[in-house]
Design a protein around this ligand. Structure first.
Ligand SMILES: Cc1ncc(COP(=O)(O)O)c(C=O)c1O
Length: 305
């Protein structure tokens, strides 16, 4: 099957072709990283396209900009509608990644960004399958520390924050790992460059809290709820680095990564180096949920057609 090539993007309230969505080289965001973004997935199940947790992504989208007084000049409803309409305009009938973003436009070299600074908003999308091998990846602890709330708040999903993620990713690939795991400023486990992390010990799930510089992940929240319904509670707590070597199971969560098992950390196998039972169970349910096969969580899905 041939993948769709998205014809349209949404730019400042209009559907235009990509080449017509133009900005100035004086765009503040290019110089200073003053952009906000979200990543969503659309899941095609051969009957309909479902957008996963649309309203929650839009809520985080607006909240991120609030931290830096970068204004989103469209209402939540307008953004949600623009995402749905863009899928329709592109006649999307396969699973895709959707990237809404907004950023400070022409604002000179002014660092005093206020709500009145000019901003643009856009949405792009493209076909998307698995980011990682769902049968497990290797990870290494990064020598770079995760950014911290005292300097560049990790809870705001700003473009500039991802410089930290890029450094950690580059290092992990250099060292032959599939993915990095970052520690927070205190040396506890924080998150991966674009994913939250869970460890499982003796049937109990643990994940770092936002105070360990972990993004308030929407997939993480979904997994906590799915796990609870399966009878597994999740504790949000500080996780010292060494505990990851004792874990029975480790997995990442994220819109792009979905549920990705980690089978070794720093060259040490996680348990027997195979995907754990609880991880597999959660992975299966998450896949059913996103494809509209599990009615219990159908309120997380927004049908496009
Ligand atoms: C740094 C970081 N942590 C965690 C996540 C996972 O968040 P979500 O599950 O909402 O995609 C992402 C992806 O958005 C991310 O970029």
């Amino acid at each position: 099957m041939k993948s769709f090539v998205p014809k349209f993007v949404w730019f400042d309230g209009k559907f235009v072709i990509d080449e017509d969505a133009k900005v100035s080289v004086m765009t503040h965001a290019i110089h200073y990283g003053t952009s906000v973004f979200e990543g969503l997935r659309g899941y095609w199940n051969s009957k309909n396209l479902y957008i996963f947790r649309l309203d929650d992504h839009i809520k985080r989208f607006r909240n991120s900009g609030k931290v830096y007084s970068v204004s989103l000049r469209f209402t939540d409803k307008e953004m949600a509608n623009a995402i749905i309409q863009l899928c329709k305009k592109n006649n999307v009938k396969e699973s895709c990644y959707i990237r809404p973003f907004y950023f400070v436009g022409r604002y000179g070299i002014n660092l005093h960004v206020t709500e009145n600074a000019p901003t643009h908003a856009a949405i792009v999308m493209f076909p998307f399958g698995d980011l990682f091998n769902k049968n497990g990846i290797t990870a290494g602890i990064s020598s770079w520390r995760r950014i911290h709330d005292v300097s560049t708040p990790p809870l705001a999903k700003m473009g500039g924050n991802y410089l930290n993620s890029i450094l950690a990713t580059q290092e992990s690939k250099r060292n032959g790992y599939d993915e990095a795991i970052l520690l927070d400023q205190l040396g506890n486990i924080s998150e991966a460059p674009g994913e939250n992390i869970f460890i499982i010990r003796n049937g109990k799930l643990s994940t770092p809290p936002s105070s360990s510089s972990a993004l308030e992940g929407i997939t993480k929240d979904s997994v906590v709820k799915i796990a609870k319904d399966l009878g597994y509670d999740t504790i949000e707590r500080e996780i010292p680095r060494t505990e990851i070597y004792f874990a029975d199971e480790v997995f990442l969560t994220g819109t792009a990564a979905e549920i990705t098992p980690i089978i070794s950390v720093d060259g040490k196998k996680v348990e027997d180096g195979k995907v754990g039972k609880i991880t597999r169970k959660i992975q299966g349910i998450y896949s059913d949920v996103t494809m509209g096969r599990n009615k219990k969580y159908s309120n997380w899905l927004t049908p496009v057609y």
